[in-house]
Ligand binder design. Structure first.
Ligand code: PLP
Length: 430
């Protein structure tokens, strides 16, 4: 028995499924999760000391690679000054100033501790501001485990929300309407059927939780217009895209300004951080200024702020990182496509900058329905074969690959070599 297997058996006795977040349990791919002991640059090392080339990057935040020396040092220095004060601190002001200077829609920002919290609070702010209850989300978009957004899309686009998880009261999901990603008519119909009732429309501007799915040209702008026409707030959930596509997030990349935006993990550099922010008149609704209550004992924690601010400043000082990620992403994902095509492997590769996903389907993947045509058994075979070859991918078809600044040309070539071998063996489709 390996150390990971032993730990997983122990974990399963005390942690539901042996994990603290479901996808880590490898349920959709089978096998035993690797228990990671340490990480450096592009590599993670499991409990047995085996080294893997990592494309999870803690699900996004490690854009500079693991254990970046400047972030590590900032955390150590902050910890030496005290772990938490529960009071206002200078570093929160610096963080707020930097975020408001970079994120186009931010006049004001509130720090929280996770992406889920950021989304939940932004929805409350939108409801408080508009005095309306209903919200629109998109099938296949994930916005954290907040009750109102854990809603099954169902087959139709008009259906009122049906909770996707037990324990979510019907009432919580009742005001959640679901539209089809990239389908503006499905959005229009919801607005027509619920005139004057929709507080907010929330979207992952590039979807990354049904695998990577790009917005078709003009789609985000169309959403902006329809929200403006209807007095509905447009919320970009930038938990994945923020500071990953560039310093101004998807809103800068696509030139579409939301009213509110949420950010997560990446602004914490590996520590539990999130934030939501937007136009001044909306953010002035938040307590203690306004009537929308939202608080957090550990929000703006000094150690977490030190990690996050150091990461963001580093990115700001080195904008060439984004050009590098763009080049590396194109090189890696296009080369994977070429290898697959040459071998006659049925698959689709969606990618933008450092984010990418492979789908084992012949269909173009542009929404949740097409994403679900991917053969998940083939994905599991691919995942396990890559892992055997030393490449650590997200153990789910519906997640993204995350490249970091630490992924060198050599690392990319090594990944392609492993991928070519896996494809050549012909074991992906059984
Ligand atoms: N929003 C998006 C787009 C996400 O991808 C995630 C998590 O991956 C969340 C929200 C929730 O963030 P957290 O897991 O920090 O609560």
């Amino acid at each position: 028995m390996t150390r990971s297997e032993d730990l997983f058996n122990r974990a399963k006795r005390v942690l539901p499924g042996g994990v603290n977040s479901p996808v880590r349990a490898y349920q959709s791919v089978g096998g035993c999760p690797r228990f990671i002991k340490k990480a450096e640059g592009t590599y993670v090392y499991d409990e047995e000391g085996k080294r893997y080339l990592d494309y999870i990057g803690s699900w996004g935040p490690m854009i500079l690679g693991h254990n970046h020396p400047e972030i590590q040092q900032a955390v150590v220095e902050a910890a030496q000054r005290g772990l938490s004060f529960g009071t206002a601190t200078e570093i929160e002001v610096k963080m707020g100033e930097l975020l408001c200077s970079l994120v186009p829609c931010f006049d004001m920002v509130r720090m929280v501790n996770s992406g889920t919290e950021a989304v939940m609070s932004s929805i409350r702010a939108a409801r408080g501001f508009t005095g309306r209850d209903k919200i629109i989300k998109f099938e296949g978009c994930y916005h954290g485990h907040f009750d109102a957004l854990l809603v099954k899309a169902g087959s139709g686009v008009m259906t009122a929300g049906i909770p996707d998880s037990s324990g979510v009261p019907k009432g919580c999901a009742m005001d959640t309407l679901t539209a089809v990603y990239n389908d503006i008519d499905s959005v229009r119909k919801l607005f027509e059927e619920n005139p004057g009732q929709i507080a907010a429309l929330i979207i992952e501007p590039v979807a990354a939780n049904m695998g990577v799915v790009l917005p078709r040209e003009g789609f985000l702008k169309e959403l902006r217009d329809i929200c403006t026409e209807n007095g509905t707030l447009l919320i970009f959930d930038e938990v994945i895209t923020g500071f990953r596509l560039g310093l101004t997030g998807a809103q800068g990349t696509y030139g579409v300004m939301p009213d509110l935006a949420t950010f997560g993990k990446i602004i914490g550099g590996g520590m539990p951080v999130g934030c939501y922010g937007g136009k001044r008149e909306i953010m002035e609704m938040i307590a203690p200024l306004g009537s929308v209550y939202q608080a957090g004992t550990l929000s703006g924690n000094p150690v977490a702020m030190a990690a996050g601010l150091t990461q963001l400043k580093y990115l700001y000082d080195h904008p060439e990182i984004y050009t590098g990620l763009e080049e590396k992403g194109t090189k890696l994902y296009e080369a994977m496509k070429e290898i697959a095509e040459k071998a006659g492997l049925t698959c689709r590769l969606n990618h933008i900058s450092s984010l990418g996903s492979i789908f084992f389907t012949g269909e173009e993947v542009c929404d949740y329905t097409s994403a679900k045509t991917s053969d998940t058994k083939a994905f599991a075979n691919y995942f396990l074969a890559m892992l055997k070859g030393g490449v650590h991918l997200a153990p789910s078809q519906f997640e993204a690959m995350f490249l970091s600044d630490a992924h060198s040309e050599e690392v990319i070539q090594q990944t392609l070599k492993v991928f070519a071998e896996v494809v050549e063996k012909g074991e992906i489709y059984e």
